[in-house]
Design a protein around this ligand. Sequence first.
Ligand SMILES: Cc1cc2nc3c(=O)[nH]c(=O)nc-3n(C[C@H](O)[C@H](O)[C@H](O)COP(=O)(O)OP(=O)(O)OC[C@H]3O[C@@H](n4cnc5c(N)ncnc54)[C@H](O)[C@@H]3O)c2cc1C
Length: 414
Amino acid sequence: MASKQVLVAGAGLVGLCTAYSLAREGHAVTLVDKGRMGSGAARGNGGEITPLQALPMPEPALVTQLAEGVISNRHYFTIAPLALPRLTVFGVQFLRNCTTGRLKRNTAALDQLVRGAMAAFDSFHRDGISLAGGGWGYLNVHSDPEALRVYREAQIERARLLGIEEPGPILSRAELEEPLLREEVTCGYRIPTERYIDPDRFCTELHEALEEMGVNIRPHTELLSLDDTRATVRTGQGVETIGFDKAVVSTGAWLNRQLRGIPGLTFSAVTPGTGYSFHAEMDTLPRTLTMGLHRKTLIVPMSGTARVVGLMDFGFRVERFERHRMDFLREQASQFIHGLDETPISREWTGPRPMTPTGLPYISPVRSHPNIIVATGHNMHGLTLGPVTGEVVSALVSDRDPGIDMRPFALPRF
Ligand SMILES: Cc1cc2nc3c(=O)[nH]c(=O)nc-3n(C[C@H](O)[C@H](O)[C@H](O)COP(=O)(O)OP(=O)(O)OC[C@H]3O[C@@H](n4cnc5c(N)ncnc54)[C@H](O)[C@@H]3O)c2cc1C
């Protein structure tokens, strides 16, 4: 295989994994990011690698929840009313994907990637990427036994479809033997097949591995525009061009800006779905990652501390931090985890999930510019699907068949 000059723009989860896969295949990679390596939504997220639970977000039950998010800002979702006009195109397309039929079709498409997710992590791990800072297993808890039963039934069906071990039985709070759970939690069950890692460490290790492999790493280098063979970037020293055989655009929730100059592509391909996290200095950590399904809030024992993660704010501003939303996240977590309301917290963080109307990522050459490949839009699953996306993009760059039907991942057009 002939080695190609490949520019990867955006060194978040997808860009880092893609640069790694490409360098491992012998391509000459230049990796640029407008900030440091692993910015955007890459480092402060939940660290979940969850094949069983990686599903497209648009689904029938969501329509009511989204409406609630417009009315109240004390909800998992919020949509700023002022942002509604700018979100119309995205919103209409998103709602069209909330039917049972579309969900089934989109899930089947996403499962093509999901099936390769764990193997792709394993192959990174075999090379020496540690996947450390987390553990195995996933505890789903709820206040409503019937709601939990229905949720688990769907996961059993899915485990059978994917051919993986089924979730464990529903247990009472006492049987779960997790002293941190408060009284409002009545029940829960464990999923043995899911795992979690420290994404901050994962990004740092990938960065170090890329340095060792001789990748040309350029932080604080912002992609401004692209044509067939050259990218224009802005650095601290000014504007310059970088030539390439292939360019991969993995700029996450910022993607629309790069698509603006390319004729025929929609300008609202992604919408930021901002999430929040913070660290709690707890004396006792949860035994495993614990998801309060009734509060859509996650607490993760991570590298010796506890990270609390949640919320989804739709808007048009990619970078935003709302104090009251961070406080709401803490309040939500404190309702089902003992001691969180008094514990000192640190590392407050916010990051933009690159949300798409179908819930599927874009992994696709640009039709009018086949040397440019877009790889982003992984919604809530950019860590779970990062390494497998890297492998698919590497196949596309190397003119190999990626072995999956790529049509569902094509970029939207006007
Ligand atoms: C609160 C929260 C919790 C989450 N939990 C999980 C989880 O547990 N498991 C999971 O799988 N996923 C999770 N996610 C989702 C995951 O973080 C995203 O799907 C993932 O980060 C998307 O990867 P990306 O590379 O496309 O974008 P990002 O990781 O955001 O990276 C984009 C990069 O592009 C750079 N960039 C932007 N514009 C330019 C430009 N013009 N030039 C150069 N560089 C540019 C940015 O600086 C950034 O580094 C979570 C997200 C959030 C917010």
